[in-house]
Design a protein around this ligand. Structure first.
Ligand code: ACO
Length: 325
């Protein structure tokens, strides 16, 4: 009997503090940094983002998203036998954010670990959970993407600080006789590590280097559109499906222009693309599960439909997961 994984429920959480572009521009102006709603919307499609309050970490956002996903799946936390959190902004160097989520859910014993693949983190985490379920080592997994990118932004660098936001999304993934996840495809190429990075680390009790986000936007843009087309085609080929099978394209939400370009190459009309970048900004590993949950809850995504989830991010990393919802 083949064994598959399928999505039993989704959940998400955004911290309540919402900043429109105008709000952010006003805050930045106080520090002498000039930007405008017009520039941000035209180049990125972003209109607003959410920032977590001081003292709120990725695990706090993750646990809220997790509770919503558990509720949607009608599961008790005690039933979980795997927790994976995708994050590049963990609460601490260690232990993992996943162990903190486990404890906050009031459970113990099941494996819990983080996956770090920046904006592709959720795709990586979903692929790992799918492999573990198909291998028979888990039956009910919680896969979460959670980030507080506001903590690693340089608010004096207008080329990056206007792009990102905080949030979390989660999926309850269960073993099933029916697919489920139809195909997964993940990649990395470390030679591009310098075009998107946070070049800092902890040593001897101090933070060394420059622990804020650095990005070569144009290099990222060019790489992103190429690999997003490629990985989507690879997942479709693995599942023996054509582009026309995609009911919903749910790409990583970095920039509307990257999403439009990817959709065009895959011949998916923009009406079939779930877009949240306008309201959330780029929430890195959280962006795909946040978009998925939003479109499930507002009724756009229906059971039986085919979803293409795909991401790209620092490393460089990229990948996709094709889902029969
Ligand atoms: N407000 C006003 N002006 C700005 C801002 C800002 N926030 N940021 C940059 N500018 C100015 C620049 O200083 C420059 O001015 P100049 O011509 O006088 O020198 C001008 O705008 C153009 O700057 P560019 O960097 O050339 O702008 P570009 O059109 O490349 O857009 C952007 C920048 C939006 C970052 C674009 O390169 C991009 O979308 N790249 C993709 C990167 C991305 O989405 N990263 C997300 C993280 S990666 C990921 O998630 C996969």
């Amino acid at each position: 009997m083949s064994r598959y994984s399928r999505i039993a429920g989704t959940g998400s959480h955004l911290p309540p503090r919402r900043l429109s572009n105008a709000d952010l521009a006003a805050e930045l102006a106080i520090q002498g940094v000039e930007t405008s709603d017009e520039w941000i919307v035209e180049r990125t499609g972003i209109r607003a983002r959410h920032f977590a309050a001081e003292g709120v970490g990725s695990s706090d956002l993750a646990v809220q998203a997790a509770r919503h996903a558990l509720e949607a799946a009608s599961w008790q936390a005690q039933e979980l036998d795997l927790i994976i959190v995708a994050t590049s902004t963990p609460d601490m160097v260690f232990p993992s954010t996943a162990t903190m989520v486990q404890h906050k859910l009031g459970i113990a014993g099941c494996p819990a670990f983080d996956v770090q693949a920046v904006c592709t983190g959720f795709i990586y985490a979903l692929s790992v959970a799918d492999a573990m379920i198909r291998a028979g080592s888990a039956k009910k997994a919680l896969v979460i993407g959670a980030e507080v990118f506001s903590r690693i932004l340089d608010f004096k660098d207008r080329t990056t600080c206007v792009l990102f936001g905080d949030g979390a999304g989660a999926v309850a993934l269960e073993a099933s006789d029916q697919p489920g996840l139809l195909a997964t495809d993940i990649h990395a190429d470390g030679k591009h590590r310098d075009i998107l990075c946070v070049p800092g680390h902890v040593s001897g009790g101090s933070v060394l280097g420059d622990p804020v986000l650095k990005m070569d936007g144009q290099a990222v843009f060019k790489l992103a559109v190429g690999v997003l087309e490629e990985t989507a085609r690879t997942s479709l080929a693995k599942a023996g499906l054509q582009e026309s099978a995609i009911d919903w394209l749910i790409p990583h939400q970095a920039n509307i222009r990257i999403m439009q370009s990817t959709a065009r190459k895959l011949k998916v009309p923009m009406e079939k693309v779930v877009v949240t970048v306008d309201q959330h900004g780029n929430t890195s590993a959280a962006s795909i599960p946040l978009a998925l949950d939003l479109a499930v809850r507002d009724g756009r995504i229906q059971r039986g439909q085919t979803l293409m989830l795909e991401g790209v991010g620092g490393g460089f990393t990229w990948g996709s997961v094709l889902v029969k919802y």
